[in-house]
Design a binder for this molecule. Structure first.
Ligand SMILES: [Zn+2]
Length: 274
């Protein structure tokens, strides 16, 4: 129902299906993004506009038409520890795409925690997780990244929602031919980041929980690149949540300023595109 109204098309590779939790996460993410897009452009219209107005805004921003829906495609690539379908190299975590560095002997886990075990042997071909935005209206998920399920189900569901919002951030940047990610690149180093691993984090993103679990809720990608930083800033902007800790506040404020200043114009540019 919501999917139809917002022009969302869920597809899955043969033999798999979206779980109800995943479908719910996608709906919530789309709803949150649509609400934020609408409020950033014309809040007075949104107040009287309701769901139809939200859907119209969302579709215009992402260029969704009747004959070109926004497709979320599920393909885990691995079922029962067997590779069933090669592809989506970029769905693998960055740490899995990095050759193991023999100098980093003190932190082997970060390289191996997503490893596959095939026929009892560890395979260095890591398990795809999370999503990858191919084009503005084509997003593939190996999984909705709930990640580290030792935490409660509420946090787990929040991570799934945030994973979808992060991908919608990539899609938004793609809609504008990468202008937002280029703006991150051109900005002063205040919102740039040093290389980081699971144990540390770029400054300025919301710190809901300082553990590794919390880190991966509000910083969805451990890769420090213009495109990943923008996608996580899109996530922060959607919730209006930024780092408010003493050490990170200045970076959080800078990220908030960056997004609040640019998003309204970018949204209007996106809506005007064919
Ligand atoms: Zn990403």
């Amino acid at each position: 129902m919501v999917n139809t109204l917002f022009g969302i098309n869920l597809t899955a590779v043969a033999g798999t299906a979206w779980s109800s939790e995943d479908k719910q996460a996608i709906q919530e993410a789309v709803w949150r993004v649509a609400t934020r897009l609408a409020s950033a452009t014309n809040s007075s219209v949104w107040r009287g506009g309701g769901t139809g107005y939200l859907a119209t805004t969302f579709k215009a921003v992402y260029g969704i038409r009747d004959n070109r829906q926004l497709r979320f495609h599920l393909d885990p690539h691995i079922v029962n520890n067997q590779i069933v379908n090669y592809g989506c190299y970029n769905c693998r975590p960055n740490i899995c795409r990095t050759p193991k560095d023999p100098l980093k002997t003190g932190e082997p886990n970060e390289y191996w925690e997503n490893d596959l075990v095939i026929n009892g042997e560890q395979d260095c071909d890591c398990k795809p997780i999370g999503g990858y935005t191919h084009t503005v209206r084509s997003i593939e998920f190996a999984s909705l990244w709930d990640n580290y399920d030792s935490k409660g189900s509420a946090v787990k569901q929040l991570r799934k929602v945030n994973n979808v919002i992060h991908e919608l951030g990539h899609a938004f940047s793609a809609r504008l031919d990468g202008k937002p990610k280029d703006a991150v690149h051109a900005h002063s180093t205040t919102i740039g980041n040093e290389e980081w691993r699971m144990e540390s984090r770029p400054l300025g993103f919301y710190v809901g929980d300082v553990s590794k679990y919390g880190t991966m809720t509000w910083v969805q990608s451990p890769t420090v690149s213009d495109t990943e930083v923008f996608a996580d800033m899109f996530l922060g902007w959607v919730y209006n949540k930024w780092d408010d800790t003493p050490s990170g506040r200045v970076y959080g404020q800078e990220r908030a300023r960056f997004m609040n200043a640019r998003m309204p114009g970018w949204i209007r540019d996106a809506m005007r595109k064919p």
